[in-house]
Design a protein. Structure first.
Length: 368
């Protein structure tokens, strides 16, 4: 059982990302080795996580006093009501700051749990055990927490770093292919914004990664975590550089919100669609060369993971999409703030466009 460890050092916290197969069996030992101590924990568990794996976590924590809150993860349930339920459980059972909240699930569970941890008594210990590929390579790292509202995605939240992230690759074997593709969207994004060599590795080995073949899946997880860790360390609160991690996400979040967070379109699928939209918009604005655009386009086509807005929207939906793009949290003026590409590995942040220009682009996307 090979275990890989990455150390994240931010201004507010230092913590480890532990990656390996079967490591939840040694959860208690890993926590002790990393000096994470608590007497009492509340585990927020995605109801989709297989019971056999949940039992292994509980067994490893048998010397602690544990409470459980099972959560039906969906974008619709990622709301203040469910945060309040967690807070009420913590209060009812007299939790203190030196106790612990543990997330066991994908990005939604991590976001909701992390947000609850950040506001309970102004901060309780938070352990993240991501069980999806998307969470392991992206959302569990960097301390972003948040919930959705009717006005948009992740508009309420906080920056709150975990005490540790424990990514057991055995969880991935329990996931449907659709969830693996969702996670791959974030892996692909990391390669596009920072490392062309990593992109070329993906271009050669994507089918092996999507089929969870060793050592390709482990290398992809590690490399994605490394890319995000380096960015977060330089800009924890998204004042500048960290904005590159939102490449494709302004489009993606608007697509999700326009469908009212329907199961028709998962977050990772929206990210893949957003990557394509942002790349095409970069090309249309003479930032990205046709050759570089085709590398991205051909990659998505080659592995049959390309997502098209036309599959989900008609021309009549463009105003709704634009209205959500206008509400995006990265905007700081009346214009829409986008992260675009100059070439693979070279993103450009803080490019502002008026609504008319983006509306024209979205309309063409839905027509063609």
């Amino acid at each position: 059982m090979k275990i890989t460890k990455l150390k994240v050092n931010t201004n507010n916290n230092k913590y480890s990302i532990i990656i390996g197969s079967g490591i939840i069996n040694k959860l208690s030992k890993i926590l002790n080795q990393n000096s994470i101590k608590f007497n009492k924990s509340l585990l927020i568990i995605d109801s989709k996580v297989p019971k056999v794996l949940v039992k292994k976590i509980i067994k490893s924590l048998s010397k602690k006093k544990n409470f459980f809150h099972f959560f039906k993860a969906s974008e619709l349930n990622k709301n203040q009501t469910n945060v309040n339920k967690i807070l009420e459980t913590l209060l009812k059972n007299n939790f203190h700051r030196n106790d612990c909240l543990i997330s066991v699930g994908g990005g939604i569970v991590g976001d909701v749990s992390g947000f609850a941890a950040s506001i309970f008594k102004r901060g309780i210990k938070f352990i993240n055990i991501p069980t999806t590929l998307l969470a392991q390579v992206d959302s569990s790292i960097g301390g972003k927490t948040g919930i959705n509202t009717s006005s948009g995605k992740n508009l309420i939240g906080s920056f709150y770093q975990p005490s540790i992230v424990i990514s057991d690759t055995n969880f991935l074997k329990t996931l449907p292919k659709r969830e693996i593709i969702c996670g791959y969207g974030e892996i692909l994004k990391h390669s596009i914004i920072s490392n062309k060599q990593f992109f070329l590795f993906l271009n050669k080995n994507a089918s092996k990664i999507l089929n969870l073949k060793t050592p390709f899946i482990e290398k992809s997880i590690y490399q994605s975590c490394l890319i995000k860790k380096k960015i977060v360390q330089k800009d924890e609160k998204e004042k500048n550089l960290r904005k590159v991690l939102n490449f494709g996400h302004t489009f993606a979040h608007a697509y999700e919100a326009s469908l009212k967070y329907s199961k028709k379109l998962n977050h990772g699928e929206a990210v893949i669609m957003g990557i394509m939209s942002a790349s095409k918009f970069s090309l249309k604005n003479n930032l990205l060369s046709k050759n570089e655009f085709q590398l991205i386009n051909n990659h998505l086509n080659k592995f049959k993971i390309k997502m098209s807005p036309k599959k989900y929207f008609s021309i009549n939906n463009f105003k709704t999409i634009i209205s959500f793009m206008n509400k995006d949290k990265k905007n700081n003026s009346d214009k829409i703030n986008l992260i675009l590409l100059k070439k693979i590995g070279s993103p450009i942040i803080d490019l502002k466009f008026n609504q008319k220009k983006i509306s024209s682009f979205i309309k063409n996307e839905l027509k063609n």
